[in-house]
Design a protein. Structure first.
Length: 170
């Protein structure tokens, strides 16, 4: 069974994924990292080829990863918005929606200029709020488990995910 982390940009999917991998000895895969390694910077992919092209690259990667076992997968923020991706990931994994408030997310992402969905906007807060409003229902509906991250350390969040995963594996 794979442990799949989803949620908004800035929620900590990569950081928590690394911690879970360290604690369990599982291999950690960051979908954005794999795409960057294979195809170049995500912001460049968005700029030159568009978001739809990037989403197709994500789906191809999900097809590849869903056939493997024992992974910790940190997904890009929009990956599970395609129901086909979620369905593939759930065939051999449990989806954990890492949830945080708008304030927490903004505090983490505003300084990061590599976020393609926040680039070129005069009001990053309004953009993030709109993305959150659009994505939250999908994350909540898609996830097998919801883990709130506000006020928790990386270690506490990782431990909560692992406890839920252990219960799901039984």
């Amino acid at each position: 069974m794979n442990i799949v982390l989803c949620g908004m940009m800035g929620v900590g999917k990569s950081t928590i994924g690394v911690k879970i991998a360290e604690l369990t000895g599982r291999r950690w895969v960051d979908t954005d990292g794999v795409i960057t390694t294979r195809y170049g910077r995500i912001s460049d992919i968005f700029e030159y080829y568009g978001e739809a092209y990037f989403r197709n690259l994500e789906t191809e990667l999900v097809k590849e990863l869903s056939g493997q076992d024992g992974l910790v997968i940190s997904t890009g923020g929009g990956l599970v918005l395609r129901s086909a991706n979620s369905e593939l990931l759930k065939k051999n994994g449990k989806l954990f929606f890492l949830r945080a408030t708008l304030e927490t997310l903004l505090g983490r992402v505003l300084a990061d200029e590599t976020r393609p969905l926040l680039r070129g906007t005069d009001d990053a807060e309004a953009q993030m709020k709109a993305l959150l409003a659009q994505r939250m229902p999908i994350y909540e509906h898609t996830a097998d488990f919801i883990v709130d991250t506000d006020g928790k350390s990386v270690e506490e969040t990782a431990a909560e995910v692992l406890a839920l995963a252990a219960g799901a594996a039984q």
